[in-house]
Design a protein around this ligand. Structure first.
Ligand SMILES: [Zn+2]
Length: 207
């Protein structure tokens, strides 16, 4: 079996679909890629997995669209992903959000809001979407989630950037002490401990 990472097998450690979206690039620091969103189908599969769309909506998106339209929607979603990354990476670094990417996110959230619709089923009202078949609906849903994370920054845990080599994944630090350093203790955490152990042993052998 191939151990190649896909949107189906990638670890969901961001603590938010927004950060898990950013983490569909494995890895970010020092070595960008591979990009796990290779096709629009990958985007659909990912969105179903994190609960942004139902499998019924996903099935509707997958059919009856020209390849060029799917490619364009995927490219747009990935451009949004990189803007979201820049904004939250700045938060992790304790810096202001970069203006161009902040503006991208504002535009994306405005479009997403204009695509929402107040729906009701019987007596129950809820926020739905004007068109579940819109190829940009996944990007719209991510953009609104990202906006919500940003406006609630004072009420939630901080975003951190994994310190693992080649990693750079982002996550909400929900640890009790608020000092989580790794996207996953089992992967990057262990990797760093092994590296440190080897480095200290090599140092010991030289001295
Ligand atoms: Zn990591």
């Amino acid at each position: 079996m191939s151990d190649e990472k896909t949107v189906t097998t990638m670890r969901l450690v961001g603590g938010s679909p927004v950060l898990d979206f950013v983490n569909t690039v494995d890895a970010r620091r020092d070595r960008w890629g591979p990009d796990l969103l290779r096709t629009y189908d990958d985007l659909i599969e990912w969105a179903i997995r994190v609960g942004l769309i139902t499998s019924e909506v996903g099935a509707g998106l997958a059919k009856a669209s020209a390849a060029a339209e799917l490619d364009a929607a995927l490219a747009e979603a990935k451009a949004l992903r990189e803007s979201i990354y820049a904004v939250f990476q700045a938060e992790a670094a304790g810096e202001p959000a970069p203006a161009p990417q902040g503006a991208d996110l504002t535009r994306a959230a405005s479009r997403a809001l204009s695509n929402r619709r107040l729906c009701h089923a019987g007596a129950q009202f809820f926020w739905g979407w004007k068109d579940d078949g819109d190829l940009n609906t996944i990007a719209d849903r991510v953009a609104l989630e990202a906006a919500e994370l940003l406006v609630t920054s004072k009420l939630r845990r901080p975003v951190r950037e994994c310190l693992g080599p080649y990693c750079g994944w982002l996550f909400l630090d929900s640890s009790r002490g608020g000092h989580r350093r790794w996207c996953s203790d089992a992967s990057c955490g262990t990797h760093m401990r092994v590296r440190r152990f080897r480095a200290s042993r090599a140092h010991g052998e030289r001295s």
